[in-house]
Design a protein. Structure first.
Lengths: 272, 282, 282, 272
């Protein structure tokens, strides 16, 4: 495999990882956020603090967990705390620098939908729901969003607002007294969007190599604004790609190993 | 307190129509107890669980459930719970009422319930549609000192909370090790607590600050090795991530689901039989 | 984070006029840190502690304290804190303002502070005189759902919280083992956390559910063996109950107190010197 | 020492211990309550559950602790929980059967003062204060009070109400919606008092052997009512006395042992 060949997922993950400064405290979701945070920790940000909502604080897994509460997250954590504590003392307590979110839909102000497509009472698609996203969106000092860009996901109007970004923009979030600064960065498979300083509408500020403004606009369900100084990002560095692929390889091995449950021979005697 | 067979614990303490929480966050999910509830054909249950997992997908698909209180309803790391979706989207096999929370709200609701409080407080979040849409009934109230916007969440006090844990000692005290989620709060909030454990030991060789539920909090303990499978019991066996991925296929259509449940749950006498049939017991 | 000498930690982080919590419930009371504050002659402190113990008796008697937030101010199992009483009853050496709570209230206040909430809730208790008399300012509010009578308690967020703990590891994470009181809440509620520990180890060989404060919560760690004496550090040394009984005599009159403090705290350079003079270091 | 010789403290402690049924969950204070609870556990109530406010749940100390948080309480406990948890999940959560209280003053309705003698702002005697007593008095299913009887402590009017008993009596406590039943039993060095079913005023219902109604009335700062069926209690049984004295003997040894702090030789080098 040549070093300059890479997938859109890889570019997204590496771009997201690069947003994280060393020693930041990150509240991590499963999937691309988890991959990005662990990649950052394994490359330029070795002292990144990862908190998963399962209560694993300062965890350093060797492979990526499938679920938010895999055993390795607990084994490699500095502390494993009850879930109410991670939400109250850490997240609501203002101890989290970066919250990482994805969703099914995003609107131009960074509000997210992960609840339903269609009407709430009679949904076309029932999605998993809020989880901790509304609290992460509210309390993390800043929020990173990572989502593939398409007209179905980048929509003019959300079917349901699960988590608040800049609300209606123009300072509405600040006016409501939200502690965190909101979604400062949206990383897609095409580039990066950031809010306009006044209107808080998301604007395209960077494009991946080989991606075009036309592609970005076509993949957005509202008339996408573009920053004057749009940046064309460099392709991933070989070291980052290698670290990410090794992480995924370790993960594949870990998830494929069969589970065997040791049942004591006298189990029947003792009381089932 | 002597451990009792799980069949007896469920028969004695879980009744049609009750509110029943099965907690454990990804870890220590009481699958064996859920299966026993399915085998005993309980109906109209009002289930509670922060993260309805495969076990709730199974209970919902088998028609045990009237109402679901939850905060995230997916197959962790895999995708949808198809039986949950089918119930919500197409009322199959029966309509399912949802009491939907955020994680933060549901944690506060369990804490309030455990604390003998009628409600708990959190900071009001950035405005969303959930408070209006959901039947969870949270309310916005100002802080009586500062005027800061708060959200009051009604307490949750399940009729029954069911947990899986690692060990029970001779006196009936139960040790929970590892990721604990809101298990302790769900237990302390409940009117009746049932616990399944991996094994009984003479003494819990536990660290001084371990999470131990005293015997007198608990109504029934059953010894069920592998009782959390396909989730896991820290120190005993890992999560079977592969099974969670396979469940996505099994549960996708109604018939495949029903025949799998018939064969793997209804037609086996107990959890040991279930594990044997799946070929995971060693 | 490198451990720093306690003298430097106090000089850098504790300033005149600040609100400073020294927590630890009977166990792990940060005596060494309190003595260093006395040696550095801090003034006008607003001290907080659920159970003002001998260390607060000493700080009050030495004139460091303007205000005390507390819920039980005695010498545990022995009787009165004579210096605290002298300050309240006779304003010696200076008037002492009291912010007086119950244990339940103060626990809720620390929890609210740790949780980023402006206040916390408890069930309203049988009617007493404390709510009216104390400057703690709790308020009675109805539950917005049930109308049940509740008490709202304003959050506590100390400028500085000081704890004593058993171990710090190479990365700066701190292990607290045994009776923990409201130490964790006081730390999470504070703007700045200082910890003294018995020793530094490469890795905390701690159980998975141990109470560990992550390094990034903490502003300064100092290694002070015996730093909780005459209270205790579980696994290191027991409580010196005899000293607590002797303190009743030492602190009974002003002159005896002052000369004891002069000799045993002010005239020794540090906690090692203090322990040596008392003849308790082995 | 003859088996029929005993002190007033011993009679009080043994009488208090006898009030406790096996398997009850007791929230225990230091001093006489702690002695009574542990005596009960060592005699007729081996499965008594003792909770100290330090968060030690189900503790079984071999000797009596001096403080509420001595190390032995933690070492012999089923669980050691943070203090907020013992007050919220155990006490306020309604899990405690019996709360045990003492105080400086008690009034005829079982209200207690442990805050000040004199005015709150300018007290003659500043007492330790509330601690957890108001919550114990409110939430325990029932409360036992153990106090020496004298006109200074059994007063017509409290200087300060720290903990609520039956408030003004006549159902005032119930009307306020207090979860627990209040002070069902007051054990003194003269006898036992219990509330009148209607008025809820404390009445003398039992006398220790050798004590008289006159003594009881003289030791009470209000006109003491006496139950028609007043009981004369038997002297302590030899086995109870022996168990109590052995407990105190073990306690004296434990509290007298000198403390030595092992200071590592390299402590100076490492950073004080």
């Amino acid at each position: 495999m040549s070093e300059i060949t890479y997938t859109a997922d890889e570019m997204m993950t590496i771009t997201a990882a690069r947003q994280l400064r060393n020693r930041a405290v990150c509240f991590v979701g499963i999937g691309l956020p988890s991959a990005a945070c662990n990649l950052a920790r394994l490359t330029h940000a070795p002292d990144l603090v990862l908190i998963y909502e399962s209560g694993t604080v300062g965890t350093r897994p060797d492979s990526l967990p499938l679920s938010i509460g895999d055993g390795e997250l607990a084994e490699t954590a500095v502390a494993v705390v009850p879930l109410p504590e991670v939400f109250s003392y850490y997240l609501q307590g203002g101890r989290v620098d970066v919250g990482f979110l994805g969703a099914a839909q995003i609107d131009r102000f960074g509000n997210l939908n992960s609840t339903v497509i269609g009407e709430y009472e009679r949904p076309t698609v029932r999605l998993p729901g809020a989880g901790g996203a509304p609290e992460i969106a509210t309390h993390a000092r800043e929020v990173l969003i990572i989502m593939k860009q398409s007209p179905r996901s980048f929509v003019a109007s959300l079917d349901f607002r699960t988590s608040g970004g800049y609300l209606e923009g123009h300072g509405a979030r600040r006016a409501q007294g939200c502690p965190g600064a909101g979604p400062r960065t949206v990383i897609t498979d095409i580039g990066i969007l950031r809010p306009h300083p006044q209107t808080e509408e998301l604007r395209l500020v960077a494009l991946y190599p080989g991606k075009t403004l036309q592609e970005a606009k076509a993949a957005t369900g509202w008339p996408l604004q573009v920053d004057d100084d749009i940046e064309i990002l460099a392709p991933p560095e070989a070291a980052d790609l290698r670290a990410l692929r090794e992480l995924h390889a370790r993960t594949a091995v870990a998830h494929a190993s069969p589970v065997r449950i040791p049942i004591p021979l006298n189990a029947n005697a003792r009381g089932r | 307190m002597e451990p009792m067979p799980l069949r007896e614990a469920i028969a004695r303490h879980v009744h049609d129509g009750q509110s029943v929480a099965l907690e454990g966050f990804t870890h220590l999910i009481p699958f064996a107890a859920g299966h026993e509830i399915i085998r005993q054909r309980r109906r109209d249950l009002q289930l509670l669980r922060m993260t309805p997992d495969v076990i709730f997908d199974q209970m919902i698909g088998m028609g045990c459930v009237r109402q679901l209180t939850f905060s995230w309803g997916g197959n962790p790391g895999v995708g949808s719970l198809h039986r949950l979706r089918d119930a919500v989207e197409h009322q199959w096999p029966a309509p399912l009422a949802l009491i939907e929370h955020t994680h933060g709200e549901m944690a506060v609701a369990y804490q309030a319930g455990a604390s003998g409080l009628p409600c708990g407080l959190m900071r009001r979040g950035a405005q969303t549609d959930l408070a209006q849409a959901s039947a969870a009934g949270v309310r916005h109230v100002p802080c009586p000192f500062s005027g800061i916007a708060l959200t009051a969440v009604p307490a949750i006090n399940p009729d029954v909370t069911i947990l899986h844990a690692q060990q029970v000692d001779a006196a009936g005290n139960v040790l929970i090790r590892g990721i604990v989620g809101a298990a302790k709060e769900a237990a302390m909030a409940a009117r009746c607590v049932i616990v399944t454990v991996e094994e009984q030991v003479e003494r819990l060789e536990a660290d001084i600050n371990s999470i131990v539920l005293p015997a007198w909090i608990i109504a029934a303990v059953s010894i069920v090795p592998g009782g959390a499978y396909p989730s896991y019991a820290h120190g005993y066996y890992p999560r079977d991530n592969r099974f969670y991925q396979e469940w996505d296929v099994i549960a996708r259509d109604r018939q495949g689901f029903e025949s799998w449940m018939q064969r793997h749950v209804l037609e086996v006498p107990d959890h040991a039989g279930h594990l044997q049939l799946l070929g995971v017991s060693a």
